[in-house]
Design a protein around this ligand. Structure first.
Ligand code: NAD
Length: 260
């Protein structure tokens, strides 16, 4: 895909590993400059080391509204107008509802929902004033299908999807597009944490096959996504190839939700 992002400036959260790191790589390969941010510094610093002045690494906790606003303002002043904001920072703390702690619920929403609000608001204030820009939020296919043990995660992602759509409606008349990408199971540390027995091949097979006892469909396309599969969708929505697409939720899950 040639998305033609030469000259564009993007900010990516949760960029240190997994899907976030793949999105940074894909954006850079399409010609964008990227401010790669993450709670943990090591991953984004490694990306900056690999890509030189095309990637600027910054530590950022998306739950901290002041830190988010300060960083976005600094980026605008120091690196130029922000064209693309990508919300990828996320956490998953699986638990049945009866065992779910107040802290797990609050932390999940603080990152997956409130973090999306903080970053999108800070970026949108600049973009709307200029009359151009786009926001892409990485949510989850769990936002659309009930899953045992994932209530807080799924609810937080569903909220992030609807927030991003509402923002898209508010900003459509000011030239700013807002979309979501909803991945299914993707081979990252977050996914591996759900596979505690260490046999990755067997665990992947179980995900692909599904589990009727848990009311969980498998993956019709027969494979677990790689982070680059999700990155391609993000890059497309961030590009002018998607110039007439806003408030869309693009599922990249190999058909796992049957799009029901
Ligand atoms: N891997 C999957 O199967 C899958 C499926 C659907 C959706 N997703 C979503 O995709 C996104 C990326 O997932 P991943 O699999 O790469 O996860 P990951 O756990 O490998 O990476 C998540 C990144 O977010 C960062 N992060 C966590 N809390 C943060 C905070 N408060 N501020 C800033 N950064 C923070 C982490 O440091 C980490 O680098 C997440 O939003 C996740 O919910 C993943």
């Amino acid at each position: 895909m040639t998305a033609g992002l030469g000259g564009r400036l993007a900010l990516v959260t949760g960029a240190g590993r997994g899907i976030g790191a793949a999105v940074v790589t894909a954006l850079v390969e399409e010609g964008a400059r990227v401010v790669a941010t993450d709670l943990a510094a090591d991953g984004v610093e490694a990306l900056a080391g690999r890509y030189g002045d095309r990637v600027t690494a910054r530590p950022l906790d998306v739950t901290d509204a002041t830190a988010v606003r300060t960083l976005v303002d600094e980026v605008e002043d120091g690196l130029g107008p922000l064209d693309i904001a990508v919300n990828i920072a996320g956490i998953l703390r699986p638990s049945d509802v009866v065992d779910l702690t107040d802290e797990d619920w609050a932390a999940t929403f603080a990152v997956n929902t409130t973090g999306v609000f903080h970053v999108s608001r800070a970026a949108a204030r600049h973009m709307a004033g200029r009359g151009s820009g786009c926001v892409v939020t990485v949510a989850s296919n769990a936002a659309g299908v009930p899953r045992a043990g994932l209530s807080a995660y799924a609810a937080s992602k569903a909220a992030a999807v609807m927030f991003t759509k509402c923002l898209g409606l508010e900003l459509a008349g000011r030239g700013v597009r807002c979309n979501t990408v909803s991945p299914g199971s993707t081979l990252t540390d977050m996914q591996r944490a759900l596979w505690p027995d260490g046999d990755e091949t067997a665990a992947a097979r179980r995900v692909i096959d599904g589990d009727p006892a848990a009311y969980r469909t498998g993956i019709p396309l027969g494979r677990i996504a790689e982070p680059a599969d999700i990155a391609d969708a993000v890059v497309f929505l961030a590009s002018d190839r998607a110039r007439h697409i806003t408030m869309h939720d693009l599922y990249v899950d190999g058909g796992a939700t049957l799009r029901a």
